[in-house]
Ligand binder design. Structure first.
Ligand SMILES: *Cc1c(COP(=O)(O)O)cnc(C)c1O
Length: 362
């Protein structure tokens, strides 16, 4: 079986370094908000090209904390792609804000910047862009709109660590960016983890306080905060893996290029990329009309696949107030997409087998 993703094998590559870092933390006797966080925050901010990085418990919290720190709440609208993982929307509604959904482009799956302006009202506070599946959103038009209407740009970078828009990396393309280090992400911890990057010092400090019960100083609470911190052990592991993120992403890209070049089947629509460095291939998403049949064909031929995602947010039970909405492109995507195996530890033989089986599907 060609596995969709072999996390054990991914982490095994860095086993010795990870082991020794975990031991260092264990021996230090200091497990939260210490030197490991400081070091990782510094290194990750530099990697993204942002001035500040604040660790937190997970990617959803990173986004929740950004919106909370801006003070957006009931009555405020935030523009967000209709085609995204539910967490992008949960971060908005959890703060009491209203998500205003925008259709994606059918072939890149990212928000269509041309459709945003029509959705802006006097209640709009921010545009939450999602660099979905690993590809950085085309920002030019969005920057212009944010300036024109005085909106914040919040990035959901949970799937795109290292992706570029022109010469800038995600995490430095907006006012603040949320990252996830869920084990399966391109930069993954050994459990949950997240971070916010920003160039805004005041915002960074507020987010740091909000994630620590709303206090800058122990037992003095300025805000009604939450508890959302990055463990020292996770920060230490992430700092080890950050060194290899570019080479891991390069291996993903090699496989993606191989798929793009060699998958030739009229029943399959391949993903489009904007440019050479825009995509870090968190997942390789293709479209096929009879997806259930295709998925079982692949499964019968030893290829494991996953669907990212089968039900769009506006059709989820938890958002029945949005269920009446119609987003035909988003719905088509959710009906037809399927993700092929891709990872930094996939072998050439495995990639070859995937192509062979996909091409033989009729
Ligand atoms: C994974 C993910 C999140 C949430 O991250 P967690 O760490 O799982 O909370 C948010 N947005 C997107 C697009 C994601 O893929």
């Amino acid at each position: 079986m060609v596995k969709f993703l072999d996390l054990q094998k991914i982490n095994e590559q860095y086993r010795n370094e990870i082991d020794s870092k975990i031991n260092e933390v264990l021996n230090s006797g200091w497990y939260l908000l210490g030197e490991q966080n400081k070091q990782f925050e510094k290194d990750f901010a530099a990697y993204c090209g942002a001035k500040y990085c604040v660790g937190c418990a997970n990617g959803l919290d990173a986004l929740r904390l950004i919106i909370k720190a801006y003070g957006f709440g009931v009555g405020d609208e935030i523009i967000v792609p209709a085609n995204t993982y539910i967490a992008s929307i949960l971060a908005i509604t959890d703060n009491g804000c209203t998500p205003v959904l925008v259709e994606p482009d059918l072939n890149t799956y990212n928000i269509n910047p041309e459709l945003i302006e029509a959705k802006i009202t006097d209640k709009t506070k921010a545009i939450l862009v999602v660099h979905l599946y690993g590809q950085a959103v085309q920002m030019k038009k969005i920057w212009t709109l944010a300036k024109k209407y005085n909106l914040k740009i919040i990035e959901d970078s949970a799937q795109a660590h290292g992706a570029y828009y022109n010469d800038k990396r995600v995490g430095s393309l907006g006012d603040a960016s949320g990252f996830s280090f869920y084990p399966g992400k391109n930069l993954g911890a050994l459990g949950d983890g997240g971070a916010v990057t920003t160039n805004d010092e005041e915002l960074a400090q507020k987010i740091r306080a909000l994630g620590n019960y709303g206090s800058h100083k122990k037992y003095e609470n300025v805000y009604q905060g939450l508890n959302s911190r990055l463990d020292e052990i996770q920060a230490a592991v992430l700092d080890v893996k950050l060194k290899y993120l570019d080479s891991d992403n390069a291996k993903r890209k090699e496989i993606a290029q191989y798929y793009l070049k060699n998958i030739k089947n009229p029943l399959i629509a391949l993903p489009q990329t904007y440019s050479e460095n825009s995509h870090v291939w968190h997942v390789f998403v293709i479209r096929v009309k009879d997806r259930a049949k295709f998925q079982s064909y692949l499964n019968d031929n030893g290829i494991q696949t996953i669907i990212h995602y089968p039900i769009p947010p506006h059709k989820q039970e938890c958002y029945n107030e949005l269920n009446y909405l119609s987003f035909p492109i988003t719905e088509q995507i959710h009906n037809e997409i399927i993700s092929l195996p891709i990872s930094p530890v996939m072998s050439d033989d495995e990639a070859r087998k995937v192509v062979e089986v996909v091409n033989s599907y009729k």
